[in-house]
Design a protein around this ligand. Structure first.
Ligand SMILES: [Zn+2]
Length: 407
C-alpha cells in the first residue's frame, strides 16, 4: 500500500510540476511576446526536451504555433520561434463605469481585436438596461473575431464593491445598484456559455497597469483612479491584494480630514470627499455643473487656458490626493503609484501638488516611490478585466481548455 500511495503522490507532484511549467512558458509568451524555443529553455531553466514537450502540449491545446526561426550566424539551425494564437484564447472584457460602458475583445498576449465605449447619461440606470446595452455593444465585437476563435471567458469591471467568488455586487453607490448578482445577470444576457468573472474596476485597473502598463516589472503597485469617487487597487508582491472577499483597497474611504464633509458611505472626511469629482467642481467656482464628463471637460479647458482659479482648485485637489497617497506609501511601501481616470486627465496640473502633499510620508518609503500617470488612460480596468480571465487560463491551460471543450 505504501508504495502505491507513494507513487500516487509522485504522480500528483509530477502533474503539479508540469502544470507549473506550462504556466511559466505560457505566461512568458503572454507578457513578453513571441520567443525562441532556446530562449524559453533559458528562462525556465528546464532541459530542451522538456520545453519541446511543453510547447507540444500548448500547440495541441491550440494556444501557440511554431515557426522556423530566422537564420542567424553561428553554428546549428536557428531555434524555432513560438508565437501565441490570440484568437484561440480570446476574452470579452466589459466595463461599467459611471459615465460610460465599454467592451473589448482581447486575446492572449494582450492583443486587442476590437473595442468600443459609449457614454451613458449620469444617473441611476437600472441594471437590466445597462446589461442589455453591454450585450448590444459586445455583439459586433464578438462577431468580428477571426474564424476559428475560441472565447475563454468574460471579464467584467464594475465601479462597486464586488464579491469575487460569484460576481455579486454588494454596493455600487454611484450606479445606484445594491445586492445585484451581476455575474449571473451578465451570463444570462450574453448567453455565451463561458465563465463570467466580475471584479471591482480599480482592482482590475491595478491589474491592467501591472500587466500591461509598462511599469518595468514593478511588483508593488498602487493604482488610484478618480471618478465620482476614488477607486484604489493594490498589487502586492506581483499579485492583486483582494482581501478576504475582494473588498480590499477601498482607500477612498480612508479618513483624511476629520473636520471635512459627510461622505456617501455615512462617515465624515473620507478621502473621496476631498479629491472626488464633486469636490473638484465645488472648488472650481466657474463651473455650475456639479457632475459629469462635460463638467470635467470644462475644467480641463479652463486649466489649459491657464485660468488661475481653476489651477488653484486643481492644486488643492492634488494636495489632498497627495495626503492620501502618503498614507498608502506608509502602509504599503509601493514602488509605483499610478494615477488614472480623472487624475490621468489632470495629471499635468496636479502632479506638483500631489508630490508636495505626499511628501509627508516617511522618508525611506517615500524616496523609493514613483508617482506617475496611467499609460492606458481610461482603459486600464477594461484591460485588467481581460487579464483576470486570461490569468485563469494561464494558470492551468489544459484544465481550462478541457472544460471549454466539454461545455
Ligand atoms: Zn466614505
Amino acid at each position: 500500500m505504501g508504495r502505491v500511495s507513494g507513487s500516487g503522490a509522485r504522480g500528483v507532484a509530477a502533474e503539479e510540476l508540469r502544470r507549473h511549467n506550462l504556466a511559466t512558458v505560457l505566461e512568458h509568451l503572454h507578457l513578453q511576446g513571441a520567443s525562441s524555443r532556446s530562449h524559453l529553455t533559458t528562462i525556465t531553466g528546464l532541459n530542451r526536451s522538456t520545453v519541446a514537450d511543453l510547447i507540444g502540449e500548448l500547440t495541441s491545446l491550440g494556444l501557440v504555433l511554431e515557426e522556423p526561426g530566422a537564420s542567424v550566424s553561428g553554428p546549428g539551425r536557428p531555434s524555432p520561434m513560438v508565437h501565441l494564437r490570440p484568437e484561440r484564447a480570446s476574452v470579452l472584457a466589459v466595463e461599467v463605469s459611471v459615465d460610460s460602458i465599454a467592451a473589448a475583445t482581447i486575446g492572449i498576449g494582450g492583443h486587442v481585436f476590437d473595442q468600443g465605449r459609449i457614454a451613458r447619461p449620469r444617473g441611476h440606470r437600472d441594471p437590466e438596461t445597462t446589461v442589455g446595452d453591454i450585450a448590444e455593444l459586445a455583439r459586433p465585437l464578438l462577431s468580428g473575431l477571426p474564424s476559428g476563435h475560441r472565447l475563454v471567458g468574460v471579464g467584467a469591471a464594475v465601479v462597486g464593491i464586488v464579491r469575487r467568488s460569484d460576481g455579486f455586487v454588494h454596493l455600487a453607490p454611484n450606479l445606484g445598484w445594491a445586492d445585484l448578482p451581476l455575474g449571473a445577470v451578465l451570463e444570462d444576457a450574453l448567453q455565451l456559455g463561458v465563465p463570467v468573472r466580475v471584479a471591482n474596476d480599480a482592482d482590475l485597473g491595478a491589474l491592467g497597469e501591472h500587466r500591461r502598463g509598462g511599469l518595468g516589472g514593478a511588483a508593488h503597485v498602487v493604482f488610484i483612479s478618480g471618478e465620482v469617487g476614488i477607486g484604489c487597487g493594490i498589487i502586492h508582491d506581483g499579485k492583486p491584494l483582494p482581501g478576504a472577499a475582494g473588498y480590499a483597497g477601498e482607500a477612498g474611504h480612508m479618513l483624511v480630514n476629520p473636520e471635512g464633509l459627510a461622505c456617501k458611505c455615512g462617515a465624515t472626511g473620507c478621502w473621496e470627499t476631498e479629491v472626488g469629482e464633486q469636490s473638484l467642481l465645488r472648488r472650481v467656482h466657474a463651473i455650475e455643473a456639479t457632475s459629469g464628463l462635460d463638467a470635467i471637460d470644462e475644467v480641463v479647458r479652463l486649466a489649459q487656458s491657464g485660468d488661475p482659479a481653476t489651477l488653484a482648485a486643481i492644486s488643492e485637489t492634488g494636495r489632498w490626493l497627495g495626503v492620501g497617497i502618503s498614507n498608502l506609501i506608509n502602509v504599503l511601501n509601493p514602488e509605483v503609484v499610478v494615477l488614472g481616470g480623472l487624475f490621468h486627465r489632470l495629471f499635468d496640473y496636479l502632479e506638483a501638488s500631489v508630490i508636495e502633499g505626499s511628501r509627508r510620508a516617511l522618508s525611506a518609503p517615500y524616496a523609493m516611490t514613483e508617482i506617475q500617470r496611467s499609460a492606458m488612460g481610461v482603459d486600464s480596468p477594461l484591460i485588467g478585466a481581460a487579464e483576470m480571465v486570461l490569468a485563469d487560463l494561464i494558470d492551468d491551460p489544459a484544465r481550462v481548455v478541457a472544460e471549454l471543450d466539454a461545455s
